[in-house]
Design a protein around this ligand. Structure first.
Ligand code: SF4
Length: 320
C-alpha cells in the first residue's frame, strides 16, 4: 500500500444558488404584508418546498395550508389574507377565493404567470396543449387549468412524448401548443419538442423554462464534473433541487442531496477523503467538494451546510 499523501481540500460553491428572484419576491411580499396587517396570513399551499423555511414562517405567524382547505376559512374570512404562492394556483382556486370574498395577494412568480397567459391565449385554437413537466407539481396543475384545448397532456419525458404521438390519430392534421414547466431540464424539453415537431405540422412551441433554472443547471454540471464529492442543498420535494441533483449525479458519482446540516454524511466524506489521500498520485493534489442549492433553499441553511462540510474536510472555500 502506498503512503498517504497530504492533499489540499477545497469547497467550490456555485455563484448562483439559493433563493431565486421569484422566491425572494414572494417572501418579501409576505413579510411586508405582515408588517402592515393584523389579519392572519395564510398561504395557499407550501410557499416553497422547504420544511425548515415553512416552520420558520409558522413561528412568524404565517401559515401554509393545503389548497383544498382554503374553503374551510369561510368562518374567519374577514380576518384572513390569502397569499397565492410562487408556483401559482389553478384558475379554479383563484375563483374559489374570489367567490368567498377573501382578501388575497398574488405572489405567483412573473415567469409562471407568463405561462398562464401563453396557455390562456394560445390554447383556444389548438387541439392539444402539451405541458412538458411533472403532472403532480402545483405549478403544472396551475398551468393546466388555463388550457382551453380539447385535450391537455402533461408529458414528463421523451418516452411519454413518443407514447402520446403514437396514441393520437391523424397527427398531421392536429394543432398543438407546447410549453414547459419553468424548472424543466432544458435538454429534455428540446428532445421532446423534436418528437412533437416530427409528427405534428401545426405546432406552437414556447420557451418557458426559467433562465435561472438553465444557468444553475449549467453551473452544477460544471462544478460536478471536477468535484470528488458534490452536494445539492434543498428539499427532495423541490423540483429544481431534484433536477440539480439529477444533472450533478451524471457528472459526479458521489452526489448527495441534503436538506440541511443535520443530513451531512460525515463518515462518507471522511472515507472519501481518506481514499483520495491513499490513491491520488502527484497528478492530482486537490480534493474538491462542490456545492450548489435549489431556488427554495434559504441562505442560512446553505451557510450551515458549507460550514459543516468545511469543518469535516478542514478546507478552504472558493466560488465557482
Ligand atoms: S425558479 Fe424561476 S420561475 Fe421558479 S420561482 Fe424562481 S424565478 Fe420564478
Amino acid at each position: 500500500m502506498s503512503a498517504k499523501k497530504e492533499i489540499g481540500a477545497k469547497i467550490v460553491i456555485a455563484k448562483d444558488c439559493g433563493f431565486c428572484f421569484g422566491v425572494k419576491r414572494a417572501v418579501e411580499t409576505i413579510y411586508e404584508l405582515k408588517d402592515k396587517t393584523d389579519k392572519k396570513i395564510v398561504v395557499a399551499g407550501e410557499l416553497i418546498h422547504n420544511k425548515n423555511f415553512i416552520e420558520r414562517l409558522e413561528k412568524d405567524g404565517i401559515y401554509c395550508i393545503d389548497e383544498d382547505k382554503i374553503k374551510d376559512l369561510e368562518a374567519e374570512k374577514d380576518n384572513v389574507i390569502v397569499v397565492i404562492r410562487t408556483h401559482g394556483a389553478t384558475k379554479e382556486l383563484v375563483g374559489t377565493i374570489e367567490n368567498m370574498g377573501i382578501e388575497y395577494i398574488d405572489a405567483t412568480c412573473p415567469f409562471v404567470k407568463r405561462i398562464h397567459k401563453i396557455v390562456d391565449r394560445n390554447s383556444k385554437d389548438c387541439d392539444y396543449t402539451i405541458i412538458s413537466g411533472d403532472k403532480n407539481h402545483p405549478e403544472v396543475k396551475g398551468i393546466q387549468s388555463y388550457s382551453h384545448s380539447a385535450e391537455t397532456a402533461v408529458l414528463s419525458d421523451e418516452g411519454e412524448c413518443e407514447k402520446f404521438v403514437k396514441s393520437t390519430p391523424n397527427c398531421s392534421q392536429k394543432s398543438v401548443l407546447m410549453v414547459s414547466q419553468t424548472t424543466n431540464n432544458n435538454e429534455k424539453y428540446v428532445n421532446c419538442q423534436k418528437i412533437i415537431k416530427n409528427l405534428y405540422t401545426k405546432v406552437k412551441i414556447f420557451d418557458t423554462i426559467c433562465n435561472v433554472t438553465g444557468k444553475r443547471q449549467n453551473e452544477a454540471k460544471k462544478i460536478a464534473s471536477t468535484a470528488d464529492l458534490m452536494f445539492i442543498i434543498g428539499c427532495v420535494k423541490s423540483s429544481n433541487t431534484k433536477k440539480l441533483y439529477d444533472i450533478a449525479s451524471e457528472y459526479c458519482k458521489k452526489t448527495y442531496l441534503v436538506e440541511d446540516a443535520s443530513e451531512i454524511p460525515e463518515s462518507e466524506i471522511i472515507s472519501e477523503l481518506e481514499r483520495a489521500k491513499e490513491f491520488y498520485g502527484s497528478e492530482k493534489n486537490d480534493f474538491t467538494v462542490g456545492i450548489t442549492a435549489g431556488a427554495s433553499t434559504p441562505d442560512d441553511i446553505i451557510e450551515e451546510v458549507v460550514a459543516g462540510i468545511g469543518k469535516i474536510i478542514n478546507s478552504g472555500e472558493s466560488t465557482n
